[in-house]
Design a protein around this ligand. Structure first.
Ligand SMILES: O=C(O)c1ccccc1NCC(=O)[C@H](O)[C@H](O)COP(=O)(O)O
Length: 260
């Protein structure tokens, strides 16, 4: 079983329990469900740096990244650093995050927030909106074309931007949908957990220019960003590089200073 198969199998049970405890009709009554969102895709297009900085406590490939920092401090630090948006990992079992992390970030900052989750059910999209997200992640490897169409259309109807993540050419081909705003190439091989920017470089030329191109994972240097920009990437999702430091916001600020 791959890590994605393990995670999605767990998510099916998790979402079913959540739906019973707190149905969509209740999510729809929350204040943020009616909130006017801020487009992450637009923020990236209009920025000179395009950094999406992530809140990440741990992951299947790194057991302990940072448990000491508080979400509001990380969010405020990232916003002050001038990133284009923040990604909040909301999975608890594999990443130590929580949907409440998203709400805490929303309360602390105005910049666009991406709900980083393994979405396998429309419920999680309603939940993203209710907890203050501006954008959601969909992972091509976890979903059929029909689900990609249905989930991205639902997100757009809730004013949420869609970042669709692919790992290879085959996944990319099923992802070129008009309801997708950003196409992300994940540099992490989910079998070995090794990261290589070659994944982004190889797919760059086959992603049509109508999508905002995002390179995800394993980015740790300013020179990597400069290289990825030359092949067409506009957005860069960075987690561990910032989160492994004592002060992720300060680390993001130093990174952005070198980039500008
Ligand atoms: O990070 C992992 O180990 C991981 C394992 C399995 C599925 C997803 C995983 N990561 C999610 C992400 O996409 C990253 O958190 C994100 O791209 C940032 O990556 P990094 O900058 O390398 O922390």
């Amino acid at each position: 079983m791959t890590i994605l198969e393990k995670i999605t199998a767990y998510k099916i049970k998790e979402v079913s329990a959540k739906q019973e405890a707190f149905p969509v009709a209740l999510l729809q009554k929350s204040n943020w469900y009616q909130r006017e969102t801020t487009s992450l895709a637009r923020a990236i297009k209009t920025s000179s740096t395009g950094i999406i900085a992530e809140h990440k406590r741990r992951s299947p490939s790194k057991q302990n990244i940072n448990n000491a920092v508080q979400v509001p401090d990380v969010a405020t630090g990232y916003e002050n650093a001038g990133v284009s948006g923040m990604s909040v990992l909301t999975d608890t079992t594999f990443f130590g995050g929580s949907i409440d992390d998203l709400a805490m970030a929303r309360t602390a900052v105005a910049m666009p927030l991406l709900r980083k989750e393994f979405i396998i059910d429309p419920y999680q999209i309603h939940e993203a909106k209710a907890y203050g997200a501006d954008a959601i992640l969909l992972i091509a490897a976890c979903l059929t074309v029909q689900q990609l169409k249905e989930f991205s259309s639902l997100a757009k109807s809730l004013q949420l931007d869609v970042l669709l993540e692919v790992h290879n050419d085959e996944e990319l081909r099923k992802s070129l949908l008009p309801t997708v705003d950003m196409l992300g190439v994940n540099n992490r091989n989910l079998k070995t957990f090794k990261t290589s920017l070659d994944a982004s470089k190889q797919l760059a030329s086959v992603i049509p220019d109508d999508f905002v191109k995002i390179s995800e994972s394993g980015i740790s240097t300013v020179s990597a960003i400069k290289e990825l920009k030359t092949v067409g990437y506009q957005g860069f999702l960075i987690g561990e590089t910032f989160m492994k430091t004592e002060n992720p916001g300060k680390s993001a600020a130093q990174f952005l200073n070198q980039l500008q």
